[in-house]
Design a protein around this ligand. Sequence first.
Ligand code: 1CP
Length: 357
Amino acid sequence: MPPAGAASPFIAACRGQPASRVPVWFMRQAGRSLPEYRAVRERHSFAEVVADPELAAEVTLQPVRRLGVDAAILFSDIVTPVQAIVDGIHIEAERGPVVVAPFRTKADLARLRPLEPELDVPYVLDTVRLVRSRLPAGVPLIGFAGAPFTVASYLVEGGRSRDHRRTKALMYGEPDVWADLVDRLAGVALASLRAQVEAGAQAVQLFDSWVGTLSEADYRRYVLPASARVLDGLADLDVPRIHFGVGAGHLLSAMADAGADVVGVDWRISLDEARRRLGAGVAVQGNLDPAALFCPPAVLAARVRAVLAANGGRPGHVFNLGWGVLPDTDPAALRTVVEIVHGHGQGSGGAEQPPSG
Ligand code: 1CP
């Protein structure tokens, strides 16, 4: 295999190296904001798309074609691997993952055996291989997994939750059961990510979407060891590891300590402040508010430039939203963001020069 994305601005930025331009991709770039995705979903359920490598590869490539982003992200879901080994997990279009019999006791842990990716989720790996064979040169594929805490929250709550009360009750009240649960989920995420990289993924993102609900002390005690097992377990594969949470500004340095090369930042703190918290040697990803895509073009453009200015031209910035693309976003606005980011710094000495004036 050629060196992972040797000529890719995305890989360079993930490694903190100067890039030919600021790279940009969007979390949830495949999905309901794109008419061509909705057309596929009119004929197939979400589960059908994920389980069919041709359909999943097509949907993964749609935003690359339409938006000109610098990376693709595998079309799948954070619960796809556990769905393959636990009965009664499905995804509802509006609600997200639903677990018919939630995990509440020590006895439930027996339902979580280790993942054997080539046997349990062969369609995911076939999708990775298909996408890799079809992506334009210089556009890497990002593989992903749900982090142990966030996947555990779906298993314990039975679905989405506002306050994560049952998850926290288990975590605080039965720390041994909790530790066993997140350790098993770390094993699932690690096996899935290693298999995705072996199949051709050139970077990985660990999504810990709901972890911002914890204090730093509880994060370090109850979550960090499991997430570190996933991220450290990928170190020998030499692919950039991105670690992301929502509302997790207070956890940034702890999330970097878990073993990330890049930490995703939402819009609640500036990239400048994020860099102060992360220290040298960690790249940043983010952090335009997805709601900005609903603003008039001049307002959107100003907000994109403000994100670029907060990074101040430093290497090691992957432009992204602070969270996923909202479903009714106009794809033309996403395209505008790509054009502004790609135009930034070009013709005035390169993307890595601090803005003048
Ligand atoms: O570009 C892409 O769309 C990539 C594929 C992708 C990814 C990376 C999907 C497809 N889901 C995810 C990750 C994911 N799934 C996360 C982490 C990122 C984030 O926080 O946004 C989470 C929390 C989920 C769980 C999930 N799956 C939800 C959220 C529910 C909740 O609790 O708020 C939803 C709505 C789903 C279903 C789903 N997964 C993906 C899509 C496009 C959809 C929408 C369903 C559809 O089209 O029918």
